[in-house]
Design a protein around this ligand. Structure first.
Ligand code: AP5
Length: 247
């Protein structure tokens, strides 16, 4: 049901899909609006927890890494500009990512709030986000800091497998698919990300410590950072997230 009603004849949509969308919207109408940021180093579990929070609170999930990879795959002008930095594990320019977030926040699915996964990654991006929200009379409610020791991340990153079209993530050890290399739901092949190597991870971690950790300080001063124990197993991290978001 991702397509807008302007381009879909609702009479052609199966009743079961219409009903489940209706039920989803009814459930969502009682949920509070939330504007969340997920920050943490590569492999800390942001992408694993995001779909759970998204469903619990009916928010849109905007992952700048996924958006940029889609642009690279489609060879759009944005993708061509972003590819070199991404392959090297460096950050792409603030202007490019601020532009894609500004555009994405206008989507109707972001009406009840959003989860920003991988954005903002620099203080400049955080300031621009504040400006964007101020214009709408809104502000960030909570920043979830996926705190974790660097030493744990190499195993998580090099063992990750992804189903590209759905974004479902697996791990050879921590979250294996039923059949090795194959998506549980569609049976389609899984892939590994080009930047998920031990060598590129070093640059990604360097960028995180140098450019993104100051973002955590920026939001700490506003008193909205919640620190998570991201080294715990996924279900325990989910419980921590739920506790933070219900308080
Ligand atoms: P991006 O795609 O955002 O990558 P990232 O931040 O490096 O984060 P990851 O997706 O690698 O990690 P994750 O925290 O989502 O981990 P996951 O849940 O999958 O960015 C890629 C690139 O795009 C950047 O390098 C940059 O070039 C560019 N970019 C993006 N945004 C930008 C911005 N704002 N500005 C500038 N440039 C930008 O988990 C990892 C693995 O561990 C999985 O296999 C999972 O199954 C497993 N796992 C997860 N949780 C646990 C757990 N608790 N215990 C055990 N295993 C776990």
């Amino acid at each position: 049901m991702a397509t807008s009603s302007a381009s879909v004849n609702l009479e052609d949509v199966p009743s079961v899909d219409l009903m489940s969308e209706l039920l989803r919207r009814m459930k969502c109408s009682s949920k509070p609006d939330k504007r969340l940021i997920l920050v943490g180093p590569p492999g800390s579990g942001k992408g694993t927890q995001s779909p759970i929070i998204k469903d619990d609170y009916c928010l849109c999930h905007l992952a700048t890494g996924d958006m940029l990879r889609a642009a690279v795959a489609a060879k759009t002008p944005l993708g061509v500009k972003a590819k070199e930095a991404m392959d090297k594990g460096e950050l792409v320019s603030d202007d490019l990512v601020v532009g894609i977030i500004d555009e994405a926040l206008k989507k109707p699915s972001c009406q009840k709030g959003f989860i920003l996964d991988g954005f903002p990654r620099t203080v400049v991006q955080a300031q621009k986000l504040d400006e964007m929200l101020e214009k709408k009379g809104a502000k960030v409610d909570k920043v979830l800091n996926f705190a974790i020791d660097d030493a744990i991340l190499e195993e998580r990153i090099t063992g990750r497998w992804i189903h590209p079209s759905s974004g479902r993530t697996y791990h050879t050890k921590f979250a294996p698919p039923k059949v090795l290399g194959v998506d549980d739901v569609t049976g389609e092949p899984l892939i590994q990300r080009k930047d998920d190597t031990a060598t590129v991870l070093k640059s990604r971690l360097e960028a995180f410590h140098k450019q993104t950790e100051p973002v955590i300080d920026y939001y700490s001063k506003k008193g909205i950072v919640a620190n998570l124990h991201a080294e715990k197993p996924p279900k325990e991290v989910t419980t921590e997230v739920q506790k933070v978001l219900s308080s």
